[in-house]
Ligand binder design. Structure first.
Ligand SMILES: C[S@@+](CC[C@H](N)C(=O)[O-])C[C@H]1O[C@@H](n2cnc3c(N)ncnc32)[C@H](O)[C@@H]1O
Length: 293
């Protein structure tokens, strides 16, 4: 990230899911994307809201840039929205969003978050921008606290506890679109910290990017160049077996690991054969047997 500037990739992914909501059937909804995004991004979304032809054109541009994978941000957002709803239904009342960017769940998920205390954890520079855009908009959530953290340098547990996180109550933790920008050591340290902090019954969902062997390799390289030009560097890609081992080693029990082949038929039947991004959902069980946990 560029010092003093909000994350560019946070704006890109907000634009991508904001755009996808204007397709029919929509994979995910993010009506706040327009308000959280400035400049031409908001203009593009306004055009898409008014004219299906604009939506199709912008989607086609996205597909050209990403080799047909323009909807993966919308898919992962939808899957994680469902993870939050399921956690709420189980009575979990704390939501921690790691690397929140322009995530608007605390303002758009209605009843799912109405009984939740939300902790938005992100790089402080991105939070400054987001808070300016939000103004004094009231959240749907019971409460929202912004916790400034750099995963590579700060103690996540101390910052969360200082912000009012209750380690005795289970939480649902989302880590969406972030670990690809972190070194493995920072991912492992954060996982160990979370396992030590979270109460049994807590859930952790991580979206991650595969190594992109074969047909996906050129895409990863091309996107990596674009992302690096924006001051954010891809540093971590992983295959499902390795991600599962990483999460289990930290002390979590993996509940499932899914990707596009699972989501496309479930959410909209649109052909999306690529399996570049996946989500692993894990639980903090009562037993902590992982090394280093
Ligand atoms: C691609 S955006 C994803 C934002 C959001 N989770 C979403 O899906 O809309 C990546 C986010 O990771 C955050 N980030 C990247 N490196 C970070 C670090 N070292 N510490 C804290 N946050 C970081 C950025 O500020 C940004 O909000």
């Amino acid at each position: 990230m560029r010092p003093g500037e909000p994350s560019r990739t946070a704006q890109w992914v907000a634009f991508a899911r904001g755009l996808a909501q204007y397709e029919a059937p929509a994979i995910a909804q993010d009506p706040l994307a327009i308000e959280l995004l400035g400049s031409w991004y908001a203009g593009g979304l306004r055009a898409a809201a008014l004219a299906p032809a604009a939506t199709r054109l912008l989607m086609r541009v996205g597909d050209t840039v990403t080799g047909g994978r323009s909807r993966f941000m919308a898919y992962r957002t939808r899957v994680l929205d469902d993870v939050v709803s399921e956690a709420a239904a189980k009575g979990i009342d704390q939501l921690v969003i790691l690397g929140a960017g322009l995530d608007a769940r605390a303002w758009r998920l209605g009843d799912s978050v109405a009984g939740m205390d939300v902790f938005e954890v992100d790089h402080p520079d991105t939070q400054v921008y987001k808070r300016e855009r939000l103004g004094d908009r009231p959240p749907d959530a019971r409460s929202v606290v912004f916790v400034g953290v750099d995963f590579e340098h700060d103690a996540l547990d101390a910052k969360l506890l200082a912000a009012g996180f209750d380690a005795r109550r289970p939480a649902v933790v989302l880590w969406e679109g972030v670990v690809m920008y972190l070194p493995a050591e920072a991912i492992d340290a954060t996982l160990r910290t979370l396992c030590g902090l979270l109460a049994p019954g807590s859930r952790l969902a991580i979206s991650y990017s595969r190594t992109g062997e074969g047909s996906g390799a050129w895409l990863r390289t091309a996107l990596g160049v674009v992302v690096a030009a924006a001051g954010e560097v891809f540093r971590h890609h992983e295959e499902p077996a390795a991600m599962r081992a990483r999460v289990e080693k930290a002390g979590f029990a993996v509940l499932w690991d899914e990707g596009h082949p699972d989501w496309a038929p479930r959410y909209c039947h649109r052909d999306q054969p690529w399996d570049v991004q996946r989500i692993v959902l894990a639980e903090r069980t009562g037993e902590v047997g992982g090394e280093g946990a």
